[in-house]
Design a protein around this ligand. Structure first.
Ligand SMILES: NC(=O)c1ccc[n+]([C@@H]2O[C@H](COP(=O)([O-])OP(=O)(O)OC[C@H]3O[C@@H](n4cnc5c(N)ncnc54)[C@H](O)[C@@H]3O)[C@@H](O)[C@H]2O)c1
Length: 367
């Protein structure tokens, strides 16, 4: 099958794993990279043996590139993605799809008009950990899913991140930062969400940076940092989700899914592997379940490879724009529900992504 040439825009922290892993899929050819800071693109190209270093404009104008992988900061996700679509290229964004619903909608509309694809991180749900849970649920092992819990709680990032201010500004906060992993995993197991309620608060009005080089700088907190949400899935299952930067310590699991005949302990959705445990009313104990035989190590870019296969064969891709927009819509809806004191019925929906094939070599995602 003809390879799909990709160009990466944004050569910062997360780009290394994409550059390394994208070269492990037969369908992808990592052809070019670009950054508004050209030295970053040059350094990454040298490290990961990428043939072409370009300016952003050159990369967008290169007719050989079919997919732009957009690894810029969240504030630039929409402008870079819209420029790529305008240039006639499919685009795969890091999460979140965009910051505002309006920008997300613009991207979906433009891609549909031009017959192009939009993909979006996270693609961790395509790893062995969550896919084992998807298979157990599809096989009916816990019966009909009725409930789920999801907890992502910590005390924020000002103790280690060199420049943590954006986490406390609009578009930051724990839900926009980590929610995409949890929500995408839940949707891959339970399908789309129909309505949400939520309570959101900022428990601390300021944060003091204790990492270097900004040690001692005080940040004003302009966005909620503790959000407790109820998610009513279209399937009828109800999930409780808490995301927080206000909690020092806890003992709660990342995700559990509870069904009519059993419960499932789901691994950290920010990884590809992890431990899956199953409790059934028949066995009445927690047993570890072996993972399905697909990638369990950090394979960021598997969503890009899946989209490339899908472009060639015409099938839907799994980490797609509709699902990422639904995730964005849910995150906004939780904030909106808290502000209004009411349930918010979602206007968006998406399909549950197809399970991953488990009988192919690791470098292939389609026969
Ligand atoms: N760092 C992580 O561990 C991590 C993990 C998962 C997801 N992400 C996501 O990946 C994305 C990037 O995060 P990061 O940590 O690599 O950030 P970063 O700041 O390290 O890198 C972003 C890069 O994009 C470049 N850039 C910004 N605007 C641009 C534009 N308009 N055109 C071209 N280049 C531009 C910057 O110069 C920078 O080199 C974010 O959406 C983040 O949410 C990061």
């Amino acid at each position: 099958m003809k390879k799909v040439k990709i160009g990466i825009i944004g050569c910062g922290n997360i780009s290394g794993i994409y550059m390394q892993q994208s070269q492990t899929f037969d369908i992808l050819e990592l052809y070019a990279c670009a950054d508004i800071v050209p030295e970053r693109a040059r350094a990454q190209a040298e490290k990961y043996h990428i043939p072409c270093v370009m300016s952003v404009e050159e990369l967008l104008a290169d007719p050989q590139i079919e997919i732009v992988v957009n690894l810029t900061i969240p504030n630039a996700h929409a402008s870079v993605a819209l420029a790529a679509l305008q240039a006639g290229k499919s685009v795969y964004n890091e999460k979140p799809l965009a910051i505002s619903r309006e920008d997300g909608q613009k991207m979906l509309r433009l891609a549909a008009e031009k017959g192009l694809r939009i993909g979006c991180a996270p693609d961790t749900f395509m790893g062995a950990g969550i896919q084992t849970c998807v298979k157990l649920i599809n096989d009916g092992v816990i019966g009909r899913p009725v409930a789920a819990t999801a907890f992502m709680m910590c005390h924020g990032h000002e103790s280690w991140h060199p420049d943590p201010e954006f986490y406390y500004k609009v578009g930051g906060g724990p839900l926009f930062d980590m929610g995409p992993y949890y929500l995408t995993a839940l949707i891959s197991m339970l399908g789309p969400v129909a309505r949400v309620s939520g309570s959101a608060q900022a428990s601390f009005s300021t944060r003091t940076i204790t990492s270097q080089p900004k040690h001692g700088t005080v940040i004003s907190v302009d966005t909620p940092t503790h959000l407790s949400a109820t998610l009513d899935f279209a399937s009828g299952a109800v999930a409780t989700m808490v995301t927080s930067f206000d909690v020092w310590a806890h003992h709660l699991p990342c995700i559990e899914v509870h069904g009519t005949t059993g419960s499932l302990s789901v691994p950290d959705p920010n990884g590809f592997g992890g431990k899956v445990q199953l409790w059934t009313s028949e066995n009445r104990r927690w047993d570890e379940v072996p993972l399905v035989p697909i990638r369990a190590e950090n394979s960021r870019s598997i969503g890009v490879a899946d989209m490339a296969h899908a472009i060639r064969s015409g099938r839907p891709h799994r980490a797609n724009g509709e699902m990422a927009y639904h995730v964005l819509d849910i995150m906004h809806a939780v904030h909106d529900a808290s502000k209004s004191g009411r349930y918010v019925t979602l206007e968006s929906t998406c399909r549950r992504p197809a399970p991953m094939p488990v009988d192919l070599p690791a470098n292939l995602l389609d026969d």
